[in-house]
Design a binder for this molecule. Structure first.
Ligand code: SF4
Length: 313
């Protein structure tokens, strides 16, 4: 599709946007407004810098993204009739991709500055001397334990033992509408068991997150928007803590799913209070997006460079 330039970003809501909005208003401003069009060659310096910083990642995020990609590819292959891959194959492929990303971050800083979406850049490389050997070793352990956890997960066992499961969505970017607003919210995996139960899976390579229930409910809303008849079926949200080889199933009641729609609308209303022009999604000036109250962890933020002076005052 041809690139269509937009002078302002289009408004959309997502679980991660809401987390950013509640975590740090300034970060929200950088992430969703100041970085817009910063990918353009002729964009002003500050816009380009903000976009570059938005593209920074860190070791846990990189590991999580690589594992999600590998799992999605593996499940897709199985759905296409291929035999499940061995643990050695999955782990080798992910470790190879991890090493390549590390190498890219360490060797191609200049290239990343010119084309930040085409290269990997780690926070620890950009702001310091690169990840420690301990951090790299831990990341490799995490890759191995997570992929073993995936292969022994409740979800794979379920898909293999169920006589006729229907896999509906595998980690594909998509949107739906809540009260005319665009919502991003696609589950890592969604399938319907032959008993009619919809299972919505979230693969977690880290520890438990307090907000995971809201995330699963948003995914359930997505599923119901795609298939309104599913509203009459039971819904279960499953968090697979694959690095710990454990999982948690939560029944998602229709009342809770409906309530999540109200939560999303309230969150959107709060976000829109920060707009100078809601029609065109133009944010108010940066002074309306304060720094985080507790700045003790700001040195780990991708946008630290932009706020360092203000934080130091
Ligand atoms: S450096 Fe701190 S205040 Fe600035 S955007 Fe990041 S978290 Fe927010």
């Amino acid at each position: 599709m041809a690139y269509k330039r937009r002078p302002h970003p289009e408004f959309s809501w997502s679980h991660s946007r809401n987390l950013t909005f509640t975590d740090c208003q300034r970060k929200y401003y950088y992430q969703y407004y100041q970085s817009h069009n910063g990918w353009e060659w002729k964009a002003p310096y500050l816009q380009k810098l903000t976009y570059r910083l938005k593209k920074l990642t860190n070791i846990p995020m990189l590991v999580g993204a690589l594992i999600h990609t590998e799992i999605a590819a593996d499940i897709t292959q199985q759905q296409n009739g291929f035999a499940p891959r061995s643990s050695a194959d999955l782990i080798t492929a992910t470790l190879t991709a991890f090493e390549a990303a590390l190498d890219d971050a360490q060797q191609h800083k200049k290239e990343w500055e010119k084309r930040p979406s085409k290269h990997t850049m780690l926070h620890s490389v950009y702001y310091a001397d690169g990840p420690s050997s301990e951090a790299i070793a831990l990341a490799k352990d995490r890759i191995e334990s997570s992929l073993f956890g995936y292969l022994n997960s409740q979800t794979l066992a379920d898909l293999q033992s169920d006589p006729k499961p229907t896999v509906k969505h595998i980690d594909t970017l998509d949107t739906f509408k809540v009260n005319n607003s665009t919502i991003y919210g696609v589950p890592d995996l969604h399938y319907r068991r032959s008993d009619g139960t919809h299972i919505i899976v979230d693969w977690k390579t880290g520890g438990a997150a307090e907000t995971v229930q809201a995330q699963l409910l948003t995914y359930a809303l997505y599923v119901q928007s795609q298939d309104p008849t599913s509203i009459n079926s039971p819904f279960v949200g499953r968090v697979e803590y694959i690095s710990q080889a454990t999982h948690q199933d939560v029944v998602l009641s229709q009342a809770d799913i409906d309530a999540q729609s109200t939560v999303i609308q309230a969150s959107i209303a709060e976000m829109k209070e920060k707009l100078h022009d809601p029609q065109r999604n133009i944010a108010k000036a940066m002074k309306h997006f304060p720094l985080k109250a507790d700045t003790s962890a700001c040195h780990t933020c991708p946008f630290y460079q932009l706020d360092q002076t203000e934080i130091g005052k």
